[in-house]
Ligand binder design. Structure first.
Ligand code: GEK
Ligand code: PPY
Length: 247
């Protein structure tokens, strides 16, 4: 993994462009996501542990919005179920190219890993195969809000009995005081990880048009509307959470 530190927003920008998963972001992404998302390493590793409980023989495990394949690598560290394979999908060419390199690295270090296919494509246009595990790890928040319900419906239709969707997201809170407190604490987390006030402010304006978090209540209602039978939060650190949704 690249160890390049994230300084993308360290210098004052005359105009902060909308955040995009381009080559500049790819170069610093492992550092950026670890210093920006409280609980990220814990979520990724445990996603593998959870997936091993839901994986059904001969099925597909999807990593949707795979970025550099951190979730795919965790799935391959933990899941040993017969005949499973991983399909990782991302629409950023820069992410996909680097993801394939990292997965080749994992292949050369370990034996008997699940086979993996990395697809450069839009998850909204994906034809799902019967799946036992679908991971949306901080991806749904980048999907246009009006597309989210239909996407979750297609995932629900593809899920096999005994399988699960694991959905991790930044949360908004309907209670203004709770929202302000957890947002302030997230800023404190970023500061403690070495980001300056300028970096925090410029990153905030870069993501505000492209990343639209929902509340836990909105997630739960939409998942139930998409046909899921049960929604179980399994992790929350400040304003970042991960849910298990059962078919
Ligand atoms: N329509 C789309 N189709 C495919 N990919 C998309 C789409 N929209 C956005 N993406 C991709 O979703 C990913 C979101 S990052 C996921 C982190 C990863 N899961 C991780 O666990 O490390 C989250 C973050 O950076 O906060 C990016 O790689 C986008 O290119
Ligand atoms: O940095 C933030 O404030 C976030 O909400 C998380 C994030 C992490 C990586 C890319 C975009 C957003």
């Amino acid at each position: 993994m690249s160890k390049e530190p994230d300084r993308l927003f360290a210098q004052p920008l005359p105009q902060v462009p909308d955040f995009a998963f381009n080559e500049d972001v790819v170069r610093v992404f492992p550092d950026m996501i670890k210093r920006s998302v409280p609980g990220y390493p814990t979520i990724v590793e445990n996603l593998g542990v959870l997936a091993a409980q839901f994986a059904q023989p001969g099925s597909v495990l999807y990593d949707l919005g795979s970025s550099l394949g951190a979730v795919t690598q965790a799935l391959r560290r933990h899941v040993r179920t017969d005949g499973c394979r991983v399909i990782a999908v991302d629409n950023s060419a820069a992410m996909v190219e680097r993801c394939r390199e990292y997965l080749n690295g994992q292949d050369s270090m370990f034996q008997e890993l699940l086979p993996v296919q990395v697809i450069e494509g839009d998850i909204l246009a994906l034809q799902f195969q019967p799946a036992s595990v679908v991971a949306l790890n901080f991806t749904l928040q980048f999907i246009a809000p009006e597309e989210r319900l239909a996407l979750l419906g297609r995932i629900r239709q593809a899920l096999l009995p005994g399988g699960a969707l694991i959905l991790s997201e930044k949360l908004r809170f309907n209670d203004a005081e709770e929202h302000a407190l957890l947002t302030d604490l997230h800023v404190a987390f970023k500061r403690a990880n070495g980001y300056s006030e300028l970096e925090i402010a410029q990153k905030r304006s870069a993501i505000e048009n492209v990343m639209k978090p929902d509340s836990l209540e909105e997630h739960r209602e939409r998942l139930l509307a998409a046909g899921f039978s049960k929604v179980v939060p399994w992790f929350q650190c400040l304003n970042f959470a991960s849910l298990i949704a059962l078919p």
